[in-house]
Design a protein around this ligand. Structure first.
Ligand code: ZN
Length: 294
């Protein structure tokens, strides 16, 4: 059902890479500036992540023997060094997610550059190495984002939706970056994100209902040789009932078999090796898109 499926390691039926965006209070601080200081309840939602959500997710992943990927804005890296230490200690990957969860789609060129490199620098300082992957805050990948990723030597981006298999983002001979696309059905905001203060209007689903949506995507990926990359947030999915449901889903996947659990960085490395050996080739998307029709 999908063209150009990726040959996964050990003949796995699909690749599974949980990705968690630890946004903390960065969204709130960006949207409300100094006023965020007065919004104790709203801030407590973000603070829940370092206090309980991330530790719970980390202990669940450790119990299941999995290493996964966390995207963290630079501000959160500085505000919650202990959580970052714990993520690294568990052998997980940390990816770039802006500095203060900025929206590149509404920024000037120099503002986007400054936010990108400030976030990058913060991660290098905290982890000791350059991040291998990027997810644009709020998926707001702009027409100017790709050159930064290439300059930073990023192996992959995971912000876009242009295919159901990985593909290549190319910039007119200046280089390229692998795109590991997700699907909005796998974003937990669509199930749990009912916060007027964050301008979201989704009714809150039960973990069982949410898992039904997430599981449907997994079944399709497993059947057709695809990949499954949920975009989950510890302040939502790290809550007790939801984390228990995730744990159950991982158990089902592990029991079924044929699943390659990996970080996004490992997927990107696998794809590059396939490309170099000529075993698999992605479709290439040239960026920025043609503007002549506008
Ligand atoms: Zn985010």
């Amino acid at each position: 059902m999908i063209s150009n499926p990726v040959p996964w390691p050990n003949n796995a039926r699909c690749a599974v890479a949980f990705s968690f965006d630890m946004d903390g209070e960065s969204n709130l601080l960006r949207n409300f500036g100094p006023r965020a200081h007065t919004m104790i309840a709203a801030r407590s939602l973000g603070r829940f992540e370092a206090q309980a959500g991330v530790p719970r997710i980390l202990s669940m992943l450790a119990r299941r023997g999995l290493r996964q990927t966390f995207f963290v804005p630079g501000w959160c890296v500085e505000a919650y060094p202990h959580a970052i230490e714990q993520i690294l200690k568990g052998g997980h990957e940390i990816g770039h997610h802006g500095y203060l969860h900025e929206d590149p789609n509404s920024m000037e060129e120099d503002e986007e550059r400054e936010a990108f490199w400030r976030g990058h620098e913060t991660l290098v300082k905290a982890t000791g190495s350059a991040p291998r992957g990027y997810r644009a805050p709020s998926y707001a990948f702009s027409h100017r984002t790709l050159p930064h990723l290439i300059e930073a030597g990023m192996a992959y981006d995971s912000s876009l939706f242009g295919d159901e298999v990985p593909y290549l983002l190319a910039n007119a001979g200046a280089g390229d970056v692998l795109e590991l696309p997700s699907v909005l059905a796998l974003d937990d905001w669509t199930q749990y994100g009912d916060f007027e203060m964050f301008r979201s209007g989704a009714p809150i689903a039960s973990p069982q209902k949410a898992m039904e949506v997430f599981r449907a995507e997994f079944e399709a990926a497993w059947t057709c040789g695809g990949h499954w990359i949920p975009v989950w947030h510890p302040f939502l999915s790290g809550r007790l009932s939801r984390c228990m449901a995730i744990d159950g889903l991982i158990g089902e996947m592990q029991e079924r078999g044929g699943v390659w659990f990996s970080t996004l960085g490992e997927i990107a490395a696998h794809l590059r090796a396939l490309m170099q050996s000529g075993t698999w080739s992605p479709h290439v998307e040239q960026l920025p898109f043609d503007q002549s029709a506008l």
